[in-house]
Design a protein around this ligand. Structure first.
Ligand code: TLP
Length: 346
């Protein structure tokens, strides 16, 4: 039985072209800035995000942590969405290692925070208060079903934050999915913000890595933080080489993942007892409610036994992510297996 793994786009394996590039990569010691392949990847990343400089890190989690460490001081308060990856899934690193308080503002289903609510959350000077110094956005928004933030929203909310002297960091782990969905260059989405990070290890299929981009000065400081948290790698050009292929060859094909996500979402809408709004699916993340007859955890386990993998998002909520290793035929097969289970449940 073929396993159809939609737990995440992080499971994608490197392409043959990436493996070849990794084999042939020119290497050096990156802590001494002597790895030509990393230098090339960082230049390319900065260029694609429209920023002055970039820094290669091992993961999206480390990129977000370094961004917080670089933008803030211990005791500061940062504003994050109530559904932000940084708040839910990064082990509280910003607070534990950066010493900052994370203040949440509700995310709506589009992954946005209401500008009025953000403004209310920004603390004015008062001897009792921590200082609010950073606003964090996420595009596409993981827990909000891969929702896309437009350049207009990003500009408006950033302008508001800047008026109050805050910096703005964008967790753009899947920013290229947003760029492809909106048909705009990623640099348009990153232009307003002070720093942006994105992952090459998700839909772009590279095995490891993430990049933080910002001004030259910001990246110089971030480089020092990266060293402190143990992210200074040596001949890491061996993985950066795959990242270059990812950025040059894998961006436009993300549209295929969006098409398969639509196929899945509209297929699920035809299965009784599955609850989904297919028109809400904008990119490669599909969130639906499993049948009420069983718990979400049991649904995931029983689908796993049928060779279809998802992850649980609490109660009956299920997340599926489409990617390069799931074809349209796989989606049809997965829908058949889901339909079979739902019928068995009666
Ligand atoms: N997200 C993972 C994990 O939540 C399990 C996934 O499968 O979606 N920002 C965003 C928006 C992310 O979705 C992720 C990973 C990260 C940051 C962290 O990236 P990594 O996994 O490289 O640390």
């Amino acid at each position: 039985m073929k396993i159809i793994d939609m737990r995440s786009d992080t499971i994608t394996l490197p392409t043959d072209e990436m493996r070849q590039a990794m084999y042939e990569a020119e290497l050096g010691d990156d802590v001494h800035r002597e790895d030509p392949t990393i230098n090339r990847l960082e230049e390319l990343a900065a260029h694609m995000m429209g920023k002055e400089a970039a820094l290669f890190t091992p993961s999206g989690t480390m990129s977000n942590l370094i961004a917080v460490l670089t933008h803030t001081r211990p005791g500061d308060e940062i504003i994050v969405g109530s559904e932000a990856h940084m708040f839910w899934y990064e082990v509280g690193g910003a607070s534990a290692l950066g010493g900052v308080v994370m203040r949440t503002v509700p995310n709506d289903q589009e992954g946005q925070m209401d500008p009025g609510a953000v403004e209310q959350a920004i603390r004015l000077e008062n001897i009792h208060y921590p200082q609010t110094t950073l606003l964090c956005l996420e595009n596409t928004h993981n827990r909000c079903g891969g929702a896309v933030l437009t350049p207009e929203y990003t500009s408006a909310i950033t302008q508001l934050a800047h008026q109050y002297g805050l910096q703005v960091h964008l967790d753009g782990a899947r920013i290229f999915n947003a760029a492809v969905a909106l048909d705009v260059p990623a640099s348009e989405l990153a232009r307003p913000v002070d720093s942006v990070c994105f992952c090459i290890s998700k839909g772009l299929s590279a095995p490891v890595g993430s990049l933080i981009c910002g001004t030259r000065e910001f990246i110089e400081k971030a480089r020092k933080w990266r060293k402190m948290v143990g992210g200074g790698m040596r001949q890491a050009g061996v993985i950066a080489a795959a990242g270059i292929v990812a950025l040059q060859k894998m961006v436009s094909r993300l549209a295929e993942d969006h098409t398969t996500a639509q196929r899945l979402a509209y297929g699920l809408a035809h299965i009784p007892d599955i609850s989904i709004c297919p028109e809400k699916v904008q990119t490669n993340i599909v969130i639906f409610d499993s049948p009420p007859a069983i718990s979400g955890t049991e649904f995931i386990q029983r689908m796993d036994a049928q060779g279809v993998r998802f992850i649980n998002r609490g109660e009956r909520r299920v997340r599926a992510v489409t990617h390069r290793m799931v074809s349209a035929a796989d989606i049809d097969e997965a829908l058949e297996r889901i339909d079979r289970l739902v019928r068995e449940l009666g």
